[in-house]
Design a protein. Structure first.
Lengths: 287, 305, 275
């Protein structure tokens, strides 16, 4: 009896030890990741760094046009995806009564979410750059990023719509509003936060994407503000990629860390805003 | 909307002539939905069509280990093997640590601590993969090289470790969701029977959460297979099977690193390009299958088990 | 407490000598017990003893901390966020904190059944086996213990032929009796019941009440309830709590007689308490 009790006790202790150890490992990895990004990045980061164009192939100077290119591309992508995601979510929520179609839509969105980012780049290269003959174009990059954001924004919007209490719809219908009027007066205003949250999360992911845009939308150096839709820009992720490949050069590495910190801060700002919005709305919902 | 309100809406639609603007809203929504589905189909179709040239060209050694565009040899086995190998290493690292940490978090009584950890994980999952790649290049590959006394740390093991770190937040947070979804009363009932925590987990919690954990695992596997930038920077890009086969200390290639390196260099319309697209098509098929399967698991409720 | 009349079987703390004597005869001794959720004090400075045998009902309106008190006896409230307590709880002669460094030991000696029936999603037999896991028993020994427990929970006749069926296929009332049987496999000296009939139909409730009475002949049964009629039917002793304090305690006879204090009488007749 004692032996058995000891064995159970031994398992219990090892179980507790293992799970605590795992937590410590996770915390260690976390500290290392955030620590290295911040400590290395902060020494490179300055206002001058942010607002000076890069020079000598990125090794010196700042990241002004990269920052500009990244923001331009993701913000235009957000503008492109907004109407599409809103319409798709509205259709799924308010017009579609066919469960087979709903299923196909869900699976399509999951599939979009599952497609590896590099594949988006290849698709963009085939479909836009070559078949539609756009050439390397930042606007094509925006389109591809918009497609990548589509599932996130649509699902977030749809969830916000599905969360509207049925009683609102029923009351509105009882007042004699048609379905489209209900959409415009009830569904849209009540689910607006879902659109914004989805867009912010989408932005925070899109701004860090490298693989989808590196074949189709960016040039490494020698570009500034694009004059048309079909010109390349340079972006933060592709800039980091180039510099990381010269990682033996301390100057290049230094600039890569600075650009990384900028990128992480941008992504964190978008997702932080989304979190803030979500938690504020949640707490309002409880009151 | 309930049936009655739908009926009322219909009756009203009949009573009043539908205005043009109303139709426009509906048409816009239908159009958006159709476009969303069309986009997916177009992507998959484009990849399939562009894969055809290599599939139809004979004697290309597609199911082989040789990759040599100049001689028309496009063997996909080496990168396919590399992808799976790296994924397995990442899994072996991330899954046990992720599961055990998730258990710790789900067992903690403090909801504040849980929320804090969850937010940090969300932040970690938001670090762009290129930044992970930079960390891999700047630290990890040097450490691995020192540890195993190698000339270069750009090897399969480094890629696996980096990928393990990258999928850890996703796996951890979804696994924790699955564990927390098991109602607290099961824990209380089990503990009131004098069961130890590991027994409660093994006999009560895990059987109910395993479907969700499987979903989390599949989703993480999909992410691992599709991850490009970080892997590309640290794997060494060597188009050969490692020798011996399961030697994690040799350089290698995954499908994604291959695509990232070579798509820009191959001419559009060539068999070489088509072979790369075909690889991408295989990759997409696997990741879509994994993700749809994982959604099927993740959306099932514990009571359905 | 000094306004107690009659001959309470519940030992009351008057001096340390009698407290020690009480420790011999009581299954649970609680001294100066206060329970908190965060900084909210839900029950304050309660002292009581629970006898070794018989059914003790913790009676009182909802939200007076009856369940909290019960849940601290086997420390299951440790699972609740921000929950803490001060004072002493003594179970079977040992302090719950210091006497049981391994909390599972405490929980094996005290069975507990909750308000909501909670069977594990496996077969009836496996449910019964949970408490016996990792105890080296032969299959026939385990089966004998399980049969005996199911019999004492008065559910054996109904389910003997379907032990391999999933436990969730049972009716709620049967599930709750299975939960009681499951708690009995470890042969606990104390059985803690947290409103076990609250979510169950009246017929099954009666079956559980009969079961509780017969269990009370051998072990200490502590039952939280706000059902006055039920208390009258099954209790040997009654502890009436209101607003985190003990209003009065005594035998059932005493509590349901005219000799009980005014507050108790009001509550028992009007189910209202102005604390």
């Amino acid at each position: 009896m004692f032996k058995i009790k000891n064995r159970r006790h031994f398992y219990e202790q090892s179980f507790a030890f293992a799970s605590r150890l795992s937590l410590i490992i996770c915390a260690g990895v976390l500290l290392f990741l955030l620590g290295s990004i911040f400590i290395q990045g902060i020494s490179a980061l300055s206002l001058e760094f942010l607002f000076t164009p890069s020079s000598s192939f990125g090794k010196s100077g700042g990241i002004f046009y990269q920052l500009f290119g990244s923001l331009l591309m993701v913000l235009v992508a957000a503008l492109l995806v907004l109407p599409l995601a809103l319409g798709t979510a509205l259709f799924r929520n308010s017009y579609n009564k066919n469960s087979a179609i709903a299923h196909i839509m869900d699976q399509s969105l999951y599939a979009l979410n599952a497609i590896p980012s590099v594949t988006y780049g290849i698709f963009g290269l085939i479909f836009f750059v070559n078949l539609l003959n756009t050439g390397i174009s930042w606007f094509v990059g925006s389109i591809i990023l918009a497609i990548m954001m589509l599932p996130t924004v649509t699902l977030s919007t749809y969830q916000a719509m599905a969360a509207i209490p049925k009683i609102y719809h029923e009351n509105a219908a009882a007042l004699g509003l048609t379905r489209t009027e209900i959409v415009r007066r009830v569904t849209l205003p009540q689910s607006f936060h879902g659109v914004v949250t989805g867009l912010l999360i989408g932005l925070s992911r899109a701004i860090g994407e490298t693989a989808p845009i590196m074949f189709i939308a960016t040039a490494f150096s020698g570009v500034s503000v694009p004059q048309s839709l079909v010109e390349p820009v340079s972006t933060l992720p592709t800039h980091i990629l180039e510099l990381a490949q010269q990682s033996t050069d301390p100057q290049a590495l230094q600039n890569a860390w600075g650009a990384s910190l900028t990128l992480v801060l941008l992504a964190a700002t978008f997702s932080g805003l989304a979190l803030f919005l979500r938690s504020r709305l949640n707490s309002e919902g409880h009151q | 909307m309930s049936a009655t309100s739908a009926l009322k809406a219909k009756a009203l639609l009949k009573a009043k002539p539908a205005s043009k603007r109303r139709d426009a809203t509906k048409a816009y929504c239908q159009g958006s939905a159709v476009l969303s589905i069309v986009i997916v189909s177009v992507i998959l179709l484009t990849l399939l069509i562009q894969s055809l040239p290599v599939l139809m060209s004979g004697d290309n050694g597609l199911i082989g280990t040789q990759w040599n565009p100049d001689e028309g040899q496009f063997g996909i086995i080496a990168p396919l093997f590399g992808s799976v190998f790296v994924m397995i290493i990442a899994t072996v690292i991330a899954f046990p640590i992720g599961l055990l940490t998730a258990i710790y978090i789900s067992e903690t009584r403090s909801s504040k601590l849980r929320r804090l950890i969850k937010s940090i994980l969300e932040l970690l999952a938001g670090i762009p993969s290129i930044v992970y790649g930079l960390i891999g290049v700047a630290y990890l590959n040097i450490w691995v090289a020192d540890l195993f006394d190698l000339q270069s740390g750009r090897i399969i093991l480094t890629a696996g470790i980096l990928l393990g770190i990258m999928i850890l937040p996703t796996f951890l947070t979804l696994t924790e969701d699955a564990l927390s979804a098991v109602p607290q009363r099961y824990r209380e009932n089990a503990k009131s029977l004098g069961m130890y925590r590991h027994e409660v987990f093994k006999d009560i919690i895990f059987p109910q959460a395993k479907v969700g954990i499987a979903g989390a695992g599949l989703l993480a596997l999909g992410r691992a297979l599709g991850e490009t930038m970080a892997v590309m920077l640290v794997i060494g890009s060597l188009d050969r099977l490692p020798s011996p086969l399961f030697n994690p200390l040799s350089s290698g290639q995954t499908i994604t690193s291959k695509l990232g390196r070579e798509v820009g260099e191959s001419a559009f319309g060539s068999v070489h390009f088509s072979a790369l697209v075909f690889m991408s098509f295989i990759l997409v098929s696997i990741t879509i299958a994994l993700t749809i399967l994982s959604h099927y698991f993740l959306t099932r409720k514990p009571s359905d088990v | 407490m000094s306004d107690m009349h009659g001959k309470p079987q519940l030992a009351l703390v008057e001096n340390s000598a009698s407290a020690e004597a009480a420790a011999q005869a009581s299954a649970v001794q609680i001294r100066n017990f206060s329970a908190y959720y965060g900084k909210n004090c839900i029950i304050s400075d309660v002292s009581l003893d629970l006898p070794e045998k018989g059914v003790t009902c913790l009676l009182g309106p909802s939200g007076t901390g009856k369940s909290t008190l019960l849940r601290w006896i086997n420390r299951i409230n440790e699972e609740t966020e921000n929950a803490s307590f001060s004072g002493n709880i003594n179970v079977l002669g040992l302090d719950v904190l210091e006497g049981y460094p391994d909390v599972t030991e405490l929980r094996r000696r005290t069975g507990m059944v909750f308000q909501q029936p909670c069977v594990f999603p496996c077969s009836i037999y496996d449910n019964m086996l949970m408490g016996l896991r990792n105890r080296k028993l032969s299959k026939s020994e385990a089966r004998a213990i399980i049969e005996q427990s199911l019999k004492s929970a008065a559910i054996w006749d109904e389910i003997a032929h379907r032990l391999e069926d999933p436990a969730t296929s049972l009716s709620l009332g049967q599930q709750q009796r299975l939960c009681i049987a499951r708690a009995l496999v470890l042969k606990p000296s104390i059985l803690l019941l947290d409103e076990p009939t609250a979510s169950i139909d009246p017929v099954s409730s009666r079956a559980i009440e009969d079961l509780v009475i017969s269990l009370g002949e051998d072990i200490a049964v502590v039952m939280v309830t706000h059902n006055i009629a039920q208390t009258k039917r099954i209790s040997d002793h009654v502890i009436f709590l209101c607003d985190g304090k003990i209003v009065e305690q005594g035998t059932r006879k005493h509590m349901f007689s005219m000799r009980s204090c005014e507050k108790t009488r009001t509550y028992i007749t009007e189910e209202f308490c102005d604390c």
